[in-house]
Design a binder for this molecule. Sequence first.
Ligand code: MRU
Length: 381
Amino acid sequence: MADQDAQFPAGAEPPALPTLRWEEPPEGPVLVLLDQTRLPAQEVELVCTDVPALVQAIQSLAVRGAPVLGLAGAYGVALAAARGYDVDEAVGLLERARPTAVNLGSGVRHAAAAYRAAVEKGADSGRAAAAALAAARELHRADAEASVRMAAHGLALLEELLPGGGHRILTHCNTGALVSGGEGTAFAVALAAHRTGRLRRLWVDETRPLLQGARLTTYEAARHGMAYTLLTDNAAGSLFAAGEVDAVLIGADRIAADGSVANKVGSYPLAVLAKYHHVPFIVVAPVTTVDLGTPDGASIEVEQRSGQEVTEFTVPSVSVAGSDAGIGVGMPVAPLGTQAYNPAFDVTPPELVTAIVTEQGAISPVTGAALAELCARSRQV
Ligand code: MRU
């Protein structure tokens, strides 16, 4: 286990991560992304000048995580409109780029609706593009605000479930500022616990096969001076058995109407472990991740990724000898021709979820009725 204790003086805050931003240089508008395939070795920006480049960035996980995929999708529509690309075609390409995170499609449709409404009102192409951009910016602002509120609600829930602080929190995948317009979802709650002196340790699952935990969550935790320890995914069981986990905090890619939660593969086994060991299993996600149109867990489309991500051990730039390639080039670890099962996500049934925390508050127990009520409340705001 790699161990990392607090490195920075308490109260010293790092600058916000440049996860994604819109820029308008003289050559035309661009969407600038922090290339997450190269973290933590290199902080490299990826400049998307067109929709195919953005689709490639989404599929290669240069930009990833449900909330920020919604923002990328919305800005992608704005980019298409501003650059004179066929907006309907852009919508199709972006919506289909990855299937599981509901935010991607809803972000795309949100900006496309603003664009189409402007066109219907007689706006010229420039004004219609501006309407799409305004919609993307509004989504960005709302996501940042949701992040602050989720952190507050999550912290209050932790205090209720585990009074007195000293939390040892286990997390999976990456759910911080790299996935959000703000400080993230589950990670934002852990960060709030850290800032209020309640976090004893953040246990970080490495998150096979693309190491979002090992590469990205540790990167974010180190920036904030949090006390964290990295573990392999399959070490989690022994950590629970040793009584070292007080709560699990994860994000979500899609929450179905019955409360089933799709999240990074490996989340479901953690939920089973948490249930067995009587540890709260808490999902933190904005209301935009709830999809009442998907009735249950079985109806969630789980992205299947290339087996190469498993048959090769792929580490970003640093460890691929002599190469500065990001994710996608690796050292073979299995005989040539080995088949691999590589779902990007799994689905946790609601009965294993202690609570779902959103910007509108938390629900516990997790039921379809409670979720529907939460979404209705959100629409009234
Ligand atoms: O394949 P990824 O890296 O896009 O998967 C991301 C996750 O599973 C996150 O946990 C999820 O999107 C929630 S982020 C708030």
